[in-house]
Design a protein around this ligand. Structure first.
Ligand SMILES: Nc1ncnc2c1ncn2[C@@H]1O[C@H](COP(=O)(O)OP(=O)(O)OP(=O)(O)O)[C@@H](O)[C@H]1O
Ligand SMILES: [Mg+2]
Length: 368
């Protein structure tokens, strides 16, 4: 692709390349007016398959940029550099193809894909990622946006390893992964592709639920459920293959049923929403919803994630269920009950003495 380092896209000066995927390059860029660094994703002009690409990009980008959720990477702005301008940067550029870009939040912690390969995730960590991502998906689905390219590489991490979904709508702009140009390798994304994506049937919320099921499996097992060597074998596995069992002593056997339902071959047999999948994950662990809510609230209030993760109940196969209403500290009264009892006894004794004195006085007066 065109070398953009040192050039400007809108208000942003491109500084260094951060990475690249099958259809885009990502750079760190500086916005001088705001004195901040951002990430810029530049869509490779080679992936502009349709003549109305720019109009489609602008339409989709507007929707994606309007998403505002604590676990979706923020899009600051987007733009298009016309093909004839690109000629000034690179004389070999195709003047008929525009260059589309997004400026977004810079995420310094790598991706969930890297983290899964670095070390096994604890059940508590998996639970936090699952709930955060499910929440983000339910929010986007509620606004009519389906991801359709959900995978751990599209979960970016901040410095505290919190997860944020990115690349919403990119599949809609560029086309489904299986519909990309012939030169594109199928390795990577097919691992998460639902049967309907392989056959070209209708995609929707159910497609994201399937991919979230694959991601959940991968977080628990450390590897995805299907690792077939060829696209055809991968297709067969997703269409007809059973989800292989994984061994993990800190997760009950019933978790397989949760993954199998998320990854059901028939879309109708899957969970109706990502949130429903996350709630069934909790049920399989024997974790109470009320307790989960307080953990999340504590985290959103700024507690360090690591501390919260350690505090989470990592449910073992046969854990004792948590009490429905855990004992609460009494913040309404600061006086212990024993002290109140002492006050009561003292008052009764004093009243008795006063009564006795009154009786003696009355007795003495009447004796005169
Ligand atoms: N907002 C961001 N902040 C920091 N780094 C980012 C950001 N977005 C993407 N990256 C980096 O750029 C790399 C390439 O991202 P990109 O989305 O283009 O590819 P991908 O998701 O890995 O694969 P593909 O696009 O082929 O599905 C990512 O792996 C990540 O390391
Ligand atoms: Mg990506």
């Amino acid at each position: 692709m065109i070398n953009l380092i040192g050039h400007k896209l809108g208000e942003y000066t491109i500084v260094v390349k951060l990475g690249e995927g099958g259809m885009a390059e990502v750079y760190r860029a500086n916005e001088a007016a705001m004195n901040r660094d951002v990430a810029i994703k530049v869509i490779d002009p080679a992936h502009q398959n349709s003549p109305d690409f720019t109009a489609k990009f602008e339409r989709e980008a507007r929707t994606i940029a309007s998403l505002s959720h604590p676990h979706i990477v923020k899009i600051f702005t987007f733009g298009v550099m016309r093909g004839f301008h690109l000629k000034f940067i690179d004389p070999l550029a195709d003047a008929r193809k525009d260059l589309a870009w997004f400026a977004m939040e810079l995420m310094p912690g790598g991706t969930l894909h890297d983290l899964i390969r670095e070390r096994p995730l604890t059940v508590a960590e998996i639970r936090l990622y699952l709930h955060d991502l499910a929440d983000a998906l339910d929010y986007a689905h509620g606004r009519g946006v389906v991801h359709c390219d959900l995978k751990p590489r599209n979960v970016l991490l901040d410095s505290q390893k919190n997860g944020f979904l990115c690349d919403f709508g990119i599949a809609a702009i560029i086309g489904q992964p299986e519909k990309r140009s012939e030169n594109d390798s199928l390795v990577g994304t097919p691992v998460y592709m639902a049967p309907e994506q392989w056959t070209g049937a209708e995609t929707g919320i159910w497609t994201d639920v399937y991919a979230l099921g694959v991601m959940l499996y991968e977080m628990l097992a450390g590897k995805p459920p299907f690792e077939e060597p060829t696209p055809y074998a991968m297709f067969q596995a997703h269409m007809h293959g059973p989800v292989p069992e994984f061994t993990r002593t800190d997760v009950p056997d019933t978790m397989m049923a949760v993954i199998e339902r998320a990854m059901a071959k028939e879309p109708d047999a899957r969970y109706a929403s990502a949130g429903e999948l996350a709630r069934d994950f909790d049920k399989a662990l024997g974790v109470q919803r009320s307790r989960y809510s307080s953990e999340i609230q504590a985290r959103r209030a700024g507690a360090a994630p690591a501390a919260i993760v350690d505090a989470l109940p990592v449910a073992l196969p046969k854990t004792t269920p948590l009490p429905a209403n855990p004992p609460q500290a009494n913040t309404a009264s600061t006086v212990p009950a024993s002290t109140i009892r002492m006050y009561q006894i003292t008052i009764i004794v004093m009243l008795a003495i006063i009564v006795m004195l009154l009786v003696i006085c009355v007795g003495l007066l009447s004796a005169r």
